[in-house]
Design a protein around this ligand. Structure first.
Ligand SMILES: O=C(CO)COP(=O)(O)O
Length: 257
């Protein structure tokens, strides 16, 4: 018996946008979603546009999020943004552990686990990105890599911390490359992740939203969402265009109806 999970499709804008772009895209997205598809929707804009984005989507089904957070709550940490600041600007979801931050900012599993704890403490939703590199994939290490990334959080925060949290499986070799994992490949890893969580707590595993990320677009979304353990998507490039992003959201709502 599998639990029914409401899908979550979230856009990760990465380092893209302007005030005008944010206004145009979110205005268009609200219009595209006028029929309220049965799917949770969020956009993680650059931090500087978060407050603007939150104002624009107020009262709609679209929530906002951030792409990172600092572990400190205040103080002499030049250039950082705290969880309370993100919350103050309307964020609900916080992406952590994205492969681009692991790679370019040397973020370790332990550091990411600290961020997870900070987000939970503030009552917001962590979106924990996990995934293997191409070399790890070819060496057959995919499951071991994602298990290690998840275990760092379980060990630091406890399995209960995954209640209401989100995991995004993003194979590094599929991000921005146009190469997508096949639905079957992705499903196998998602099922592994859920089974891994279930070893610690079955109920937590059943309710955890596990998104797929990596070159998701309108044309491949439906077949990914047809898989039982793929509960939505974390979308990069294709989230920068309202009609295409809305089509992905509608495909999730339809597949999980
Ligand atoms: O990294 C991603 C989302 O976090 C995926 O990016 P793309 O959809 O552009 O491949």
């Amino acid at each position: 018996m599998s639990t029914k999970r409401r899908p979550l499709v979230m856009g990760n804008w990465k380092l893209n946008g302007t005030k005008a772009f944010t206004t145009e895209l979110l205005t268009a997205l609200k219009a595209e979603l006028a029929d309220s598809p049965a799917c949770d929707v969020a956009v993680a804009t650059p931090e500087v546009y978060l407050a603007l984005a939150s104002d624009l989507v107020a009262g709609s089904q679209i929530k906002t999020g951030a792409q990172n957070v600092d572990v400190h709550t205040s103080g002499a940490y030049t250039g950082e943004t705290s969880i309370e600041m993100l919350k103050d600007c309307g964020a609900k979801y916080i992406i952590i552990g994205h492969s681009e931050r692991r790679q370019y900012h040397q973020e370790s599993d332990a550091y990411i686990a600290e961020k997870f704890a900070v987000i939970k403490k503030a009552g917001l939703v962590p979106v924990l990105c996990v995934g293997e590199t191409e070399a790890e994939n070819e060496a057959g290490q995919t499951n071991a890599v994602v298990a290690k990334q998840i275990d760092a959080v379980i060990n630091h925060c406890g399995i209960e911390a995954f209640n209401g949290a989100v995991i995004a499986y993003e194979p590094v070799w599929a991000i921005g490359t146009g190469k997508t994992a096949t639905p079957e490949q992705a499903q196998a890893v998602h099922a592994f992740i859920r089974a891994h969580l279930a070893q610690a707590d079955k109920a937590v595993a059943e309710q955890t939203i596990i998104q797929y990320g990596g070159s998701v677009k309108d044309s491949n979304a439906a077949e990914l969402f047809a898989q039982p353990d793929i509960d939505g998507a974390l979308v990069g490039g294709a989230a920068l265009q309202a009609a295409g992003f809305a089509a992905i959201i509608k495909a999730a709502a339809k597949a999980k109806a």
